[in-house]
Ligand binder design. Structure first.
Ligand code: ASP
Ligand code: MG
Length: 409
């Protein structure tokens, strides 16, 4: 008998028919002899709808009330799924995040989990029931309802799997697993059977939209096995595990992020403290800076380019203009039309030549590289946004990813 956490995303429970299909799957799993804890998102686009309604009624939107509002989506879904499961002759019980023992900090709209004390979930399992937990929610020390942020249900599922010592955390979604590239762009992208936490973390940090990056980080830290799979075909998906003695693919995937914009500050004095000043100001404004490149200095001045999400571009430019006046650089330019392509693979650590192949492939396709960054298992290039789809297709092809991974020998 296994203990499984099964998490269902919004599309998976988006309609009454989908709810019944999910209830059917959960019930079958239970009848097979396994124990199941369900974590569920709000139905369909309900979270977006609630956020829109809040914007329509209020300019203030206090965080405490936003969280009370948004978590209602998941709460409704838990009750409906329990009813659908009951119809199939299995007892199910709905729980809000706070009932399920999720204690968080008080950062409304983006709370962090501090502890999970799932006593009531354990009791529900022991009584032979299926606990159904609202995703992305908890309660603060002040006993206010908190929301874990967009995509937070994945994190709820992983944290609960860890707290309960579950055998696996199954993330059911509208795609069959993790692909070697975005299948909407690369027609022969392949679903991967396995991937390591480190690789998936790099992928989600570099444009792969699912699962939520925070949940992958949590799973990696606590060694929670993940299984990303389809709630439409129910076929087996992608299993995410620690790096093992398993063969290491040199390159596993090509991901891209078009939500990138570039800022360049020019005429920067090449002396200690200038970069510190600028990036502290950006950090204080909560701007998540990604790639940073500083040029070699020429006659005591240099320039620094960095990327930010599109939504932060105007703010980043304004902050740099203020900082420029303070530390004396001469120019701030913004380039919105850029995108980043990244090649990820755990085996490249011990295998030279991946960067060379990336650059050669882009060159052969006449794609200019504007910035380059690497980690131990990733090579990223910033290119013009208009080149991004060609870059992704060419790199996927160059590393032969459609045919299956090439392993380190
Ligand atoms: N429903 C919320 C969202 O769409 C939280 C989640 O389900 O992950 O972000
Ligand atoms: Mg862009």
């Amino acid at each position: 008998m296994a203990l499984l956490v099964q998490k269902f995303g919004g599309t998976s429970v988006g309609t009454p028919d989908r709810m019944r299909a999910v209830a059917d799957h959960v019930t079958r799993t239970v009848r097979r002899g396994d124990q199941v804890v369900v974590v569920i998102s709000a139905m369909g686009k309900e979270t977006d709808d609630l956020l829109r309604m809040a914007r329509e009624v209020s300019n203030t939107r206090p965080g405490r009330e936003m969280d009370m509002l948004v978590t209602a989506g998941e709460r409704k879904a838990t009750a409906l799924l329990c009813m659908a499961i009951a119809d199939l002759g299995v007892e199910a019980e709905s729980f809000t995040g706070s009932q399920a023992g999720f204690l968080t900090d008080a950062t409304h709209t983006n709370a962090k989990i501090i502890d999970v004390q799932p006593d009531r979930i354990r009791a529900s399992l022991a009584a032979g029931r299926v606990p159904v937990v609202g995703g992305a929610q908890g309660q603060s020390a002040q006993r206010n309802v908190t929301f874990l942020g967009r995509g937070g249900s994945d994190t709820t599922a992983v944290a609960l799997a860890h707290a309960l010592g579950a055998d696996s955390c199954e993330l059911y979604t509208d795609v069959p697993g993790v692909f070697t590239s975005d299948p909407r762009i690369v027609t022969d992208a392949r679903k991967m059977e396995h991937i390591t936490f480190d690789e998936l973390l790099e992928m989600t940090a570099n444009g792969c939209p699912k699962p939520a990056m925070r949940s992958v980080e949590f799973a990696r830290t606590h060694g929670v096995e993940l299984h990303v799979r389809s709630a439409f075909t129910w076929e087996s998906g992608t299993v995410v595990t620690k790096e093992s003695t398993m063969e290491q693919a040199i390159v596993s995937a090509v991901v891209h992020d078009a939500d990138e914009a570039k800022v360049t500050i020019g005429g920067v004095a090449d002396r200690p403290g200038v970069a510190a000043h600028v990036f502290r100001a950006l950090a204080d404004a909560d701007i998540n800076v990604d790639l940073i490149v500083q040029n070699t200095s020429d006659q005591g001045v240099t320039d620094i380019s960095f990327t930010v999400p599109h939504g932060d571009l105007d703010n980043a430019v304004a902050i740099c203009e203020v900082a420029g006046a303070e530390v004396g650089f001469t120019r701030v330019t913004a380039e919105p039309a850029i995108a980043r392509v990244s090649v990820v693979g755990a085996g490249m650590k011990s295998h030279p030549g991946v960067a060379a192949t990336v650059f050669e492939t882009l060159a052969a396709n006449d794609i200019n590289i504007e910035m380059i960054a690497t980690s131990a298992i990733r090579v990223s290039c910033v290119v013009a946004e208009s080149d991004i789809e060609r870059a992704v297709v060419a790199l996927h092809d160059a590393f032969g990813l459609a045919d299956g991974p090439v392993y380190v020998d």
